[in-house]
Design a binder for this molecule. Structure first.
Ligand SMILES: [Zn+2]
Length: 92
């Protein structure tokens, strides 16, 4: 029977970026482990081998939220179509 290990709370690891689950460590071979999403095998899992929570964390950086929803933000485009945002209410 294949073993699953819950990652202790004391270990810093990101949740699955697809479904928000905390990953588990699964034994896939004699001495090979993967860090994977417990919900869906199609979500990210690390390469079999050493327990590589760092790799999991790199792959599960949360998708960026849409930015600048704040109605107070104003976008400015310059002649090269670079844009900057600023708060019009800001005063030094
Ligand atoms: Zn997942």
């Amino acid at each position: 029977m294949r073993g699953y290990i819950n990652i202790p709370e004391s270990i810093q690891c990101r949740v699955c970026k697809h479904c928000g689950s905390r990953p588990i460590i699964a034994l896939t071979g004699k001495d090979e482990y993967v860090v994977k999403c417990p919900v869906d095998s199609n979500h990210y899992q690390t390469q079999p081998g050493m327990i590589d929570i760092e790799d999991w964390n790199l792959e599960n950086i949360p998708l960026p939220e849409p930015e600048f929803d704040d109605a107070n933000m104003v976008a400015c485009y310059d002649s090269k179509l670079n844009y900057t945002f600023f708060l019009p209410a800001f005063s030094a």
